[in-house]
Design a protein. Structure first.
Length: 263
């Protein structure tokens, strides 16, 4: 059951605690697939806390990165964390990017496209901002297919009759939708990939600490009762696999797409 409660990350430190490790795992796999040459000037759309911006600087060896995000709190965290690095951050809307035409070698949306109310406009804006021949790419959790890192929690909420938050454009992360969005923006040489990542937690307490407070991984509205919290924890843990050492295994799946601006 989905309710019209938005998923928001307003605090960069909270995002890092709850989603930072997942973001870096998926981002590293994404950049390994894209394999961009070093020295590019990047646009990071929906940069949030700067987790992917940092990967661009370190793993992709970007010459510089401009991050755009609507959350001032997230941007404050990014500026503090990446102070002195070749990155700048600006408050703005993915559907009306505050950047010049053809100003970048590459643009990416990292775990963002399902938050954009009109994904068609968001992809068109990235294409506008990238020079001819440049790269436009994205990856996003396969939420509609159960690939969100905290899906076990969400399944438990559904089983208990609790509302589950959904981003406004959840279907934009489907592979067919991504291909259509990239083609609709006039991009060429379009390719897609499924990215699977996992984390292991020593015990239920460690898993619960990393999961229970995340936007999109808890019921909206009034806080659950203590009894409901116990049911949520037990139900989520019961849905997860364990390895031979008894550690809890959590897998997540993202869909990735890349294309180029025509010459």
């Amino acid at each position: 059951m989905a309710e019209p409660y938005p998923i928001r990350f307003e605090d960069g430190a909270d995002y890092e605690r709850l989603m930072g490790a997942w973001s870096r795992l998926a981002g590293a796999a994404f950049l390994d697939w894209v394999a961009p040459p070093p020295g590019l000037v990047w646009l990071d759309v929906g940069c949030g806390s700067g987790a992917f911006t940092e990967l661009l600087l370190e793993r992709a060896r970007a010459a510089s990165v401009v991050g755009v995000d609507p959350s001032s709190g997230q941007l404050d965290h990014a500026r503090r964390h990446l102070a002195g690095r070749a990155a700048s951050f600006h408050e703005g809307d993915a559907m009306a990017l505050p950047v010049a035409d053809a100003a970048f070698d590459a643009a990416a949306m990292a775990l963002v496209i399902f938050f954009v109310p009109e994904p068609t406009r968001g992809v068109a804006e990235m294409a506008r901002a990238v020079r001819p021949g440049g790269l436009v790419a994205s990856y996003a959790w396969d939420i509609s297919g159960g690939g969100f890192p905290h899906e076990a929690m969400r399944e438990t909420m559904r089983a208990l009759g609790m509302p589950v938050v959904m981003p406004p454009s959840v279907d934009a992360a489907d592979l067919d939708a991504l291909i259509g969005l990239w083609g609709g923006a006039g991009l060429v040489d379009i390719e897609t990939r499924v990215i699977t990542v996992e984390q292991r937690f020593d015990d239920a307490a460690a898993y619960w600490q990393a999961t229970r407070a995340g936007p999109g991984a808890r019921p909206p509205g009034p806080p659950p009762t203590p009894e409901q919290m116990v049911a949520l924890r037990e139900g989520a843990v019961a849905r997860l696999a364990r390895d031979a050492a008894g550690r809890i295994i959590v897998s997540a799946r993202a869909h990735a797409v890349r294309g180029r601006v025509p010459q």
